[in-house]
Design a protein around this ligand. Structure first.
Ligand code: DLL
Length: 449
């Protein structure tokens, strides 16, 4: 166990700072949500897409009388944003926009998002909240190792950190040895990046001549991509830190939609600004509490580009159970997967995160892997390329065979299907400065799916 683990959590719990908005009694919170929902529905009528959708459904803004009436409102999808590219969803005159960002969109056209001055202030506040929930204080120094640019991660967290009064090191992504140097020389205690980049940092830090007992990092806020509990343990052990998860998406605001408190029993939604539904992706009906469903998010306060019932495609569970921290907000689990990342292999649904979970259960594997799916003939075939940790890499065949068998069994037990496992030498798979790419689906390239 890493030495900072419990001590950091306990210190944060003992000195918790909670804002009034995070501890509103549910009835007050829901009254605020309804008030804001009615406002945003009225405001959004100047967006042609919504005006048409309301007209077609016959619903009028004054019919929104309870939060349940959200179900009468139209959905918004990524495809809708693309159809109205670049700025068809803008709800304010362009002179009120003070910032644009873009989604990372690896496929198709990018999508742009816009912020008014007030939107930036809200975003800053929301990022500050989850940073403070993780123990950030003005005396801390924090390094932002997200790429600064159209991606919302770096700017959102940067604003939140500065707002708390922490000192920001805007390192941006890449050049890992330099990142480690900055951390040591500026005595950085807080790391902000993707989980996969935290892994890369850990790997380089441990391979070099850094004295990890004197390494200054204490905790990290990681987000922007799916990761597993095993990945968290791996990062915490290797960087000797306490790691928090935070979630968001550019279409809604960027980071700041939800984040963990020191109890780390789910990510608290910032419900005063977002109305959350968890729906069955096919029927679009709510799933029972605790069951996985697609998060569908409505912006309650956004001015520049508020979206109604945005289908995130992210699959998670939601709980209303009270959290010991005292926040009254509902919480989401880790993202189990994205409905569009879900692989259907031999008819079985598999999320890349399940493969990660299986791999990291096996001692000796590194958290670097690549899932390659193909259909050379009739059947789907999957090869999982797994990197071995340098200290576990052996030229002895039998030893490597045993390791491969163990991975094989774990993958089969977690996913229910057999995948071919290929062990690869340390440092041979690609490293990512931002979000990792874990899947190559050749069936898609061949037009088979
Ligand atoms: O990734 C915003 C963000 C930046 C969140 C930094 C947290 C930290 P996009 O580039 O639009 O925005 O990508 C959004 O990333 O729909 C999820 O699929 C995924 N994602 C974001 N955070 C998490 C997380 C940012 N903590 C998409 N766990 C979302 C799992 C996440 N997936």
């Amino acid at each position: 166990m890493n030495p900072f683990d419990d001590s950091h959590a306990q210190a944060v719990i003992d000195n918790a700072i909670l804002s009034d908005q995070e501890t509103l009694p549910r009835t007050d919170l829901e009254a605020l949500q309804l008030h804001r929902l009615r406002e945003v529905v009225a405001r959004i009528q100047n967006v042609p897409f919504y005006r048409d959708a309301f007209r077609q459904s016959g619903v009028t803004p004054d019919q929104i009388k309870s939060l349940d009436d959200i179900r009468r409102l139209p959905f918004t999808t990524k495809a809708n944003l693309r159809e109205h590219y670049p700025l068809g969803f803008l709800a304010v005159p362009r002179d009120q926009v003070v910032r644009y960002h873009g989604s990372t969109g690896t496929t198709g056209r990018p999508t742009f998002v816009a912020y008014t001055r007030n939107d930036l202030n809200v975003w800053t506040e929301l990022c500050s909240r989850f940073l403070v929930a993780g123990g950030l204080r003005p005396e801390h120094t924090a390094q932002v190792s997200f790429g600064y640019g159209m991606f919302t991660g770096a700017f959102g967290l940067h604003q939140g950190l500065e707002n708390v009064g922490a000192a920001v090191v805007p390192a941006s992504a890449g050049n890992t040895p330099r990142q480690l140097l900055l951390m040591q020389d500026l005595q950085v205690q807080v790391l902000i990046c993707t989980p996969s980049y935290a892994c890369n940092l850990a790997e380089v830090a441990n391979a070099g001549d850094i004295d990890m007992d004197r390494f200054p990092l204490r905790f990290a806020h990681l987000g922007g991509e799916p990761w597993t509990e095993d990945m968290r343990r791996h990062i915490e052990r290797d960087l000797r830190i306490f790691a928090f998860n935070n979630y968001g998406l550019s279409e809604i605001i960027g980071p700041g939609v939800s984040g963990e408190c020191a109890y780390r029993v789910g990510m608290h939604f910032q419900e005063d600004h977002f109305l959350i539904e968890c729906l069955d992706s096919n029927s679009l009906e709510p799933v029972p509490e605790g069951e996985p469903g697609e998060l569908v998010i409505t912006c309650l306060s956004k001015e520049a580009m508020p979206l109604l019932r945005y289908r995130t495609r992210d699959i998670a569970t939601v709980t209303s159970a009270p959290c010991p921290c005292g926040r009254t907000t509902h919480r989401m689990s880790r993202v189990i997967g994205r409905s569009d990342d879900m692989l259907i292999i031999k008819g079985v649904n598999v999320f890349p995160s399940q493969v990660e979970e299986a791999l990291l259960r096996v001692e000796g594997t590194a958290p670097h892997y690549l899932i390659e799916v193909d259909r050379p003939h009739i059947m789907d075939e999957v090869i999982v390329h797994v990197e071995i940790r340098p200290e576990d890499f052996s030229s002895e065949m039998r030893q490597m065979q045993r390791l491969r068998d163990r991975i094989d069994r774990e993958i089969q037990s977690v996913t229910g299907i057999r995948m071919e496992v290929k062990l690869v030498e340390p440092q041979t798979l690609e490293r990512f400065g931002g979000k990792a790419k874990r899947v190559i689906d050749r069936r898609r390239e061949k037009g088979l799916i």
